[in-house]
Design a protein around this ligand. Structure first.
Ligand code: ADP
Ligand code: MG
Length: 229
């Protein structure tokens, strides 16, 4: 499904260079559920942004579904982001002026040919995440857990092959976090590929595979059963 080969990401910051990713090799197969862990600043978000085609490697290769993202023009990149990838963020990123239902339907605005069943699917997703009775509310009328469940419904609208979540439970109380994690488990059980970034070991423990970053490198990959050198 995805493959990184010696991926580096450097940021230029007021004359200094930050080496956020320093040679990452990683393959993730279709249907896997992988947790990316590591201390703050270890490169987790940088990695996820590259996986989600929100950003590109400074050097190295990223192949998604066999295609090199370096070959994508703007349209191919946004097509990949909009149709094949769902994103969930720690801070939800819901639009405050839109209702819950309108937020879930937001991805349609980026499509010339929206799927015919999008409305029905949005309602089914709101049912599934337990927000059917909140669909006409604004995000600020929801709890954090409800906001994140709305954000997950939105991420799933286009039936993405790949769901990416950056600290999705970071702002939630433990009960809400458990609900959100149960939903993510369900997404994985349904066959979608899931990559979850978290610094919480209990959250990471739910994923069958855990990859730990340190200083922009993979320090440990639980499927390889050996620390990186
Ligand atoms: P994590 O998500 O694990 O906390 P990040 O990927 O956000 O780590 O950051 C890795 C390193 O890159 C940090 O040193 C961070 O300060 C730096 N960094 C991240 N994004 C940027 C950016 N847009 N500009 C400059 N430096 C950045
Ligand atoms: Mg981060």
């Amino acid at each position: 499904m995805i493959e990184l080969q010696q991926v580096h990401r450097r940021y230029a910051m007021s004359g200094q260079t930050v080496h956020a990713l320093a040679g990452v090799d990683l393959r993730i197969g279709a249907g896997e559920f992988v947790a990316i862990t590591g201390p703050s600043g270890s490169g987790k978000s940088s990695l996820l942004n590259i996986l989600g085609c929100l950003d590109r490697p400074s050097s190295g290769r990223y192949l998604i579904e066999g295609r090199d993202v370096a070959s994508f023009d703007d349209e191919a990149g946004s097509d990949m982001r909009n149709r094949r990838i769902g994103f969930v963020f720690q801070s939800f990123h819901l639009l405050p002026r839109l209702s819950v239902l309108e937020n879930v339907l937001l991805p349609l605005r980026f499509h010339r040919e929206p799927p015919a069943d999008a409305q029905t699917h949005a309602h089914a997703l709101l049912e599934r995440v337990g927000l059917a009775d909140r669909r006409d509310h604004r995000p600020n009328e929801l709890s954090g857990g409800q906001m994140q469940r709305a954000a997950i419904a939105r991420a799933l609208l286009m039936r993405p092959a790949l769901l990416l979540a950056d600290e999705p439970t970071g702002n939630l109380d433990s009960k809400s976090a458990a609900d959100v994690l149960a939903l993510i488990d369900e997404v994985h059980a349904g066959g979608q590929t899931v990559v979850l970034v978290t610094h919480d070991h209990d959250v990471a423990a739910r994923a069958p595979r855990r990859v730990r970053l340190r200083d922009g490198r993979i320090e440990h990959d639980s499927t390889l059963h050996a620390p990186a050198h």
